[in-house]
Design a binder for this molecule. Sequence first.
Ligand code: NAD
Length: 367
Amino acid sequence: MSKQFNLLMLAGDGIGPEVMAEVSRFIDWLSSNREISFDVDEALVGGCSIDADGVPVTDATMEKAMAADAVLLGAVGGPKWADVEFAIRPEAGLLRLRKDMELFANLRPAICFEALTDASSLKPEVVGGLDIMIVRELTGGVYFGEPRGITDLPNGQRRGVNTQVYDTEEIRRVARVAFDLAKKRGNKVHSSEKCNVMESGLLWREEVQWVHDNEFADVELEHILADNCAMQLVRWPKQFDVIVTDNLFGDMLSDEAAMLTGSLGMLPSASLGAADAGGKSKALYEPVHGSAPDIAGQGIANPIATLLSFGMALRYSFDCPEEADQLDKAVETVLAEGLRTADIAKDGETAVSTQEMGRAIVEAMAG
Ligand code: NAD
């Protein structure tokens, strides 16, 4: 039976529209060659939305996002909007999407493709075959906690304040996502915080342990301080399977894990909300990289991170694991054949364009 899904595509700024075009190419191929079709809608987010509507995301776009089976986002931001008011900067559009859709679990795989082991700054034996999933809490913690702000002090100095705050259920629900994923992978979770210096970290450790003991006792759990986790990630990353951590530490640890694999242009992500009664979660998929203003408009951006983000949508929102596996294989095939965009090419290697890479991956799907 044919599957039909609603997808909202938010290409955004900079290289966003360029890499998103390759997903459209892939969707066209799927529609013609598989029993899956997509009702695709498009809208603005980030700087282009500020230019058109004065805000980084409109209420109308938010409504579309809430109604879609999944949202795929390119990237937001760039120097053009560096001076806009803080509250309506391009990134505020992204934060509103994450917050209003209640996307509390950010999944960032760090996979080292065999053909790219030498693109990493670490030794091939350290990263070869690496496959880690970092689960970052995305809607709480210090990025959202109150009080926050900059105030003037009577002594003429200024004070900047942000608040790290977590409640029981915020921790338990993201821990469940991590344990659930681990069961389908290596059955091991590392939970990372700083309980040695932060009470919120102590609560984090206790609540993750509670979820483990009461609901996932068959999954291996280790607690690790965030600074040690950062160190272990570069020392011997293959000791990890799933890492679950808060918003702030997750931001850093996932970027660090990202670079183990060589290039930002290769890294997908998914942000998921709670499942509804029918088991469906709101979901936003996006590459980890930004709008790359330094290369925007040149047609040389690597589209793989965005294609793999769509692959995660196939897996987690569209229940099409076979097509997701096939896409992973197609990426592996073109890399093994030596195809490289500039960001992953070695000195002296000829780089292909965004479109050439996208076309080759679709051709590899056809087998
Ligand atoms: P960036 O990720 O845009 O770029 C960092 C470097 O990686 C650049 O040299 C860029 O050319 C390269 N790069 C990134 N993606 C690539 C790709 N697909 N192919 C080839 N090379 C790629 O980060 P930045 O330069 O720090 O930020 C640029 C803008 O993007 C800023 O406005 C920032 O706020 C925004 N940003 C947005 C997001 C997002 O939309 N989720 C994330 C990070 C940064």
